[in-house]
Design a binder for this molecule. Structure first.
Ligand SMILES: Nc1ncnc2c1ncn2[C@@H]1O[C@H](COP(=O)(O)OP(=O)(O)OP(=O)(O)O)[C@@H](O)[C@H]1O
Length: 688
């Protein structure tokens, strides 16, 4: 009789002992959760204060969520046996199990250590050359339903260490068929990745990595690590991850919760800007490039500060029977001093009212009057002072300001003199004749300008850490917007220059780091490719000399015979694609059909006629978990991956946009196991 339940198969006593430990750890985790759940009653009795109660309750809910047992994710994945006395005086404790979170027994003795604990570094980095006190490293294999089915020991001591650096388990883990969103890689983080994950909070990292080298995974695990080591600091200041679009964010949404972190904001650049205005049009590439340049900040700065007026009138404050006068020549130095100090425009207004009040008080005191803080406040609020401030230092609304600037050629010419040519000025003007910010047809690039203006008026609050993925696509102006949101925090900048597809994409990282205001950020390179088998990456890398001269292909850690097929569709593209999809669907796991945005509808129709439903990614709430076969517009493929990928008509993908060859490189590097390229037109020269 065959059985499909791995837990029912007889096993060795050692494996059984490990299973028992896993069961005991699960029971202990349940008890830890129940203990937290049981705190509700005590809370009501002891604390009456509503606000405190609400905060405690929220903390408690968070803790309960963090202690949830994630179905399908085993509670531990590894074990280390250290030299006696390395971890503790007590010999037994030199064996530690390592998992996603800390679990202890009823007496408080650890049963599973959180992978982020310092002692666990050895799990990821110990080698026969530097064994870090480790004698044996054990890695576990799991079957369906997180049933422990195997383990593999690596002995680091003795004459003949048995180290394969976990190669088989790594390949098995990567090739495990995908059924939905991205998974964590906590069990198999590689040494070069671990080094980045555990970089201290103060360090801004910029990671250049070819497709599938694990950049996104590193960024997500770094957040989890930082939240573990710096929880208090970061829970006050906040952490965010910025991704290229909603489909991508949906793809990565489960990774942090699986690592026990449920409180990280995930956003796109567009959502982050949050100007309260809708984006109504895509910018022309030429205008996008101009609006994305850092010099636009100077154009905006000039326009903003041009709102200041030269004092022409006397300010007269009445107090009782006396009148105190400040003449234009008294006011001018106050204004000039503030304007030259680099204050935010908005706080400058406030400071000006203080300066004027101070000057009036000096006159009063010079005449023998006794003044105190109350007098200062009264003078500051005097209608004459207030109207002088309003006239000299007018309030500015950022959206109205940008609207005014981009609809008035003369005003723009004044602000852009020496910075933009006449043609460039004409290119950035807004279309139509909008009457106000609500009716204007803004682009994303315009929103970035509004954000810049808003930040010049009032500086935004800084987060503690921001991870920005696909950062190569940030224009200098977008980079400034990201950078000022972590002005006093740090960044993890992830990307690949070769995958830059936006019109103002970065050409190198040092310039982008400057725009992010982190010029001393450390540039690190990941070059071991985990996702894509060698045959596929070699094929895609033929595009590199054209799109990113100087950048090499990653060194693929896996080869997969038969991974690549290139077919000329003799009976037309649609039928070739249907046939290719049918073929790859015979295998296991997720399948992505990727085509130029303009061609995807027709291919979906052909698939539907052939009885193959392919929901469109990005439409409604279609996520990657809704079906095995998903139709992916090329513009949304970035950052995603599928077990098998069918790429339809590479030439159409290249032709669809200015940086179409970069887009094709992205598209060709999404497959974990199989890539099938189908074409009716000739292939781009490098692939022919
Ligand atoms: N150490 C690892 N163990 C297991 N899987 C890994 C490891 N590193 C990376 N992977 C897998 O490789 C794939 C690619 O990882 P990831 O998406 O982080 O790469 P990337 O560098 O961001 O790629 P891209 O530039 O194409 O977006 C993922 O499936 C990830 O789980």
């Amino acid at each position: 009789m065959t059985t499909t339940d791995p837990s029912a198969v007889p096993v060795s006593p050692e494996l059984q002992a490990e299973r028992d430990h896993l069961d005991a750890a699960r029971a202990a985790l349940r008890r830890m959760r129940e203990n937290v759940e049981g705190t509700e009653l005590m809370l009501g009795d002891v604390v009456n204060d509503k606000v405190t109660n609400a905060a405690l309750r929220k903390g408690r809910e968070r803790r309960i969520a963090a202690l949830a047992d994630v179905p399908g994710a085993p509670l531990f994945f590894g074990r280390l046996d250290f030299d006696p006395g390395t971890v503790s005086e007590d010999g037994d404790a030199d064996r530690v199990h390592i998992g996603r979170r800390h679990v202890h027994d009823a007496e408080g003795r650890p049963m599973v250590l959180d992978w982020r604990a310092p002692v666990c570094v050895a799990y990821y980095r110990a080698s026969p050359g530097d064994r870090m006190g480790v004698r044996v490293r054990r890695r576990y294999g799991f079957g369906g339903g997180a049933v422990l089915t195997a383990f593999e020991d690596e002995t680091l001591v003795g004459e003949a260490p048995t180290s394969d650096a976990g190669g088989d388990l790594l390949a098995t883990e990567i090739e495990r068929p995908r059924t939905g969103p991205m998974r964590d890689i906590v069990a198999t983080i590689q040494p070069e990745q671990d080094d980045l994950v555990r970089a201290p909070l103060e360090t801004t990292l910029c990671v250049q990595g070819a497709p599938g080298t694990g950049k996104t995974a590193v960024g997500l695990h770094r957040i989890a690590f930082l939240l573990y080591t710096e929880r208090e600091r970061l829970s006050r200041s906040g952490v965010a991850i910025i991704g290229p679009n909603r489909s991508f964010l949906s793809y990565i949404r489960d990774v942090l919760p699986a690592l026990g972190e449920v409180d990280v904001a995930q956003t796109t650049v567009e959502e982050m800007l949050d100007a309260g205005l809708p984006v109504r049009r895509a910018e022309e590439p030429a205008a996008a490039r101009i609006k994305g340049r850092a010099r636009m900040a100077e154009v905006l700065r000039r326009d903003l500060w041009a709102h200041l007026r030269t004092p022409e009138e006397t300010v007269m404050v009445r107090r009782g029977s006396r009148r105190w006068r400040l003449y234009p020549e008294d006011l001018r130095p106050l204004l000039d001093e503030l304007a030259s100090r680099g204050v935010a425009y908005g706080s400058g207004r406030d400071l000006l009212s203080h300066r004027i009040a101070h000057a009036v008080l000096s006159l009063m005191e010079g005449a023998g009057e006794v003044c105190d803080d109350r007098t200062h406040q009264q003078v500051r609020r005097d209608p004459a002072v207030r109207s002088a401030v309003t006239a000299l230092w007018p309030k500015v609304d950022p959206a109205k300001m940008v609207l005014g600037l981009l609809t008035d050629p003369e005003r723009l010419a004044r602000a852009a003199e020496g910075l933009l040519t006449a043609e460039e000025q004409a290119a950035v003007l807004l279309p139509g004749r909008p009457r106000g910010p609500k009716s204007a047809r803004w682009s994303l690039e315009d929103m970035v300008l509004i954000d810049e203006a808003a930040a010049m008026i009032e500086r935004p609050v800084s987060l503690g850490h921001v991870v920005v993925d696909e950062a190569q696509d940030l224009s200098p102006m977008q980079a400034r917007a990201v950078g000022r949101r972590c002005a006093s925090g740090s960044l993890t900048v992830l990307g690949d220059i070769a995958q830059g597809t936006s019109p103002a994409a970065a050409a190198n990282w040092s310039t982008l780091l400057e725009h992010l205001d982190k010029p001393t950020g450390h540039l690190r390179v990941l070059d071991r490719g985990y996702r894509v088998p060698a045959q596929i990456i070699d094929y895609a890398a033929r595009l590199l000399p054209e799109i990113a001269p100087g950048l090499g292909a990653p060194v693929a850690v896996r080869r997969a015979p038969g991974a690549l097929r290139v077919t000329r569709a003799a009976d037309g593209l649609a039928s070739g694609v249907v046939e290719a999809c049918r073929g790859v669907l015979e295998g296991e796991g997720s399948v992505g059909l990727i085509a130029a945005d303009g061609g995807i509808a027709e291919l979906r129709e052909a698939l539907a006629e052939a009885g193959l439903a392919a929901p469109l990614l990005g439409e409604g709430d279609t996520g990657l978990d809704s079906a095995r076969l998903v139709a992916v517009p090329a513009s949304l493929a970035k950052g995603l991956e599928f077990d098998a990928v069918v790429v339809a008509e590479p030439a159409a993908i290249v032709d669809a946009e200015e940086r179409g060859t970069n887009r094709l490189y992205v598209v060709l590097t999404r497959a974990v196991s199989t890539l099938h390229v189908v074409h009716a037109r000739p292939l781009p020269a490098a692939l022919a």
